[in-house]
Design a binder for this molecule. Structure first.
Ligand code: 2NL
Length: 346
């Protein structure tokens, strides 16, 4: 093999020449000479494989150092040359051309609806509370009166989260509702409590037109002396009027949730048919909008609030369902498919 090239000398010479390159053509000539396929640098790198291992390491490090020096020097010089060319007006920049369209961003429809709903409750005196998406079994289930063997656990198809190797602690999961946020609020302070908890929730379920594995929920909670079901009904009726229109009627019927007693579902009269019955309301004249109830005394007791002194109401709604009903959207997956033809309509 011929004598190894003097790379220090080569680097000095290359960088000196680079400093003289004053336009794009000179830069390109320099690039071909010092970084191109036939350059000493590339030839040297190629020849490394033929060296005995003990020599290869030092020679490789030196050649690599040269490569980095030449490449970064080139990038820097290129920037300088381009800036100078632009400043000297040599670059073709036709300032008489019409401007391109300026595309404006917008809120995602779900973000807009979350803000609208939170706004309605804030005006009624609720404050916003947030918490982690990854929760413990305790906050998502136990504190809400859903022990491990409770049949309702099946209805919250859960994504369990594996702990990092070596980390000990309680089982982790992706929250299936935002109730843990309110549990954490109640643990920290005594009533009066009035909070709205918006956020992402997760269910381990197949996706279809009415189900997503990630969706948004908004829950509300009010705890104080003397809170009754009348407060719950008034609050939800007011929400229905502000969100769906001043004419809306509300209907409450019994339902079951382990964390409330009594539990109920809330429906509004169908605004598509005025309650007569149509395709949208399945001929019933009513549209279910959320679940609610009076906070179970056991839930209050667990967070250190005395159920003999205080009572509370709570409710929870799926956020996507609100614009689906209000605007007649027929597939929840549209919200998370990033199709601008859909997203731009809101
Ligand atoms: C539904 C029903 C509901 C609650 C959520 C709740 C929270 C606490 C205590 C008691 Cl901390 N209850 N939340 C109560 C009733 C119903 O959600 O179908 N949501 C989509």
């Amino acid at each position: 093999m011929s004598q190894a090239p003097n790379l220090e000398e080569l680097q000095r010479q290359a960088l000196a020449e680079l400093a003289q390159a004053g336009d794009a053509a000179a830069l390109e000539t320099w690039r071909v000479r010092y970084l191109g396929k036939k350059s000493v640098l590339i030839q040297t790198l190629r020849a490394l494989g033929g060296l005995p291992p003990d020599e290869r390491r030092a020679a490789g490090a030196r050649a690599n150092q040269l490569k980095v020096a030449l490449e970064s020097g080139f990038a820097e010089r290129k920037r300088v040359v381009e800036t100078l060319a632009l400043a000297a007006g040599k670059e073709a920049l036709d300032i008489s051309l019409p401007g391109g369209p300026v595309l404006l961003g917008r809120l995602h429809p779900i973000t807009a609806v979350v803000r609208e709903i939170c706004g309605i409750f804030m005006r009624m005196g609720f404050e916003i509370a947030e918490g982690p998406d990854v929760e413990t079994d305790y906050y998502n289930f136990e504190a809400l009166n859903i022990p491990a063997d409770h049949p309702a656990r099946d209805s919250f198809s859960t994504f369990w989260v594996e702990r990092q190797a070596g980390s000990a602690g309680p089982p982790l999961l992706l929250r299936t509702h935002t109730s843990p946020v309110q549990i954490r609020v109640m643990e920290k302070r005594q009533p009066p409590v009035r909070v709205i908890a918006p956020g992402r929730v997760y269910r381990y379920e197949a996706t279809d037109a009415t189900h997503e594995s990630m969706f948004y929920q908004i829950e509300g909670l009010a705890v104080d002396r003397g809170i009754t079901m009348a407060d719950l009904k008034g609050t939800l009726a007011q929400f229905a009027r502000l969100f769906f229109g001043p004419e809306r009627k509300t209907r409450f019927r019994c339902d079951y949730f382990p964390f409330v007693e009594p539990g109920m579902e809330c429906a509004i009269d169908c605004f598509a048919c005025g309650g007569k019955g149509c395709r949208m309301c399945g001929n019933s004249g009513w549209l279910e909008i959320l679940g609610a109830g009076m906070v179970h005394p056991e839930v209050l007791r667990r967070v250190g609030i005395d159920p003999d002194v205080y009572t509370g109401f709570a409710f929870g709604m799926g956020v996507e369902r609100m614009p689906i009903l209000k605007y007649g959207i027929d597939d929840i997956r549209l919200f998370y498919s990033n199709d601008l033809r859909f997203l731009r309509q809101f």
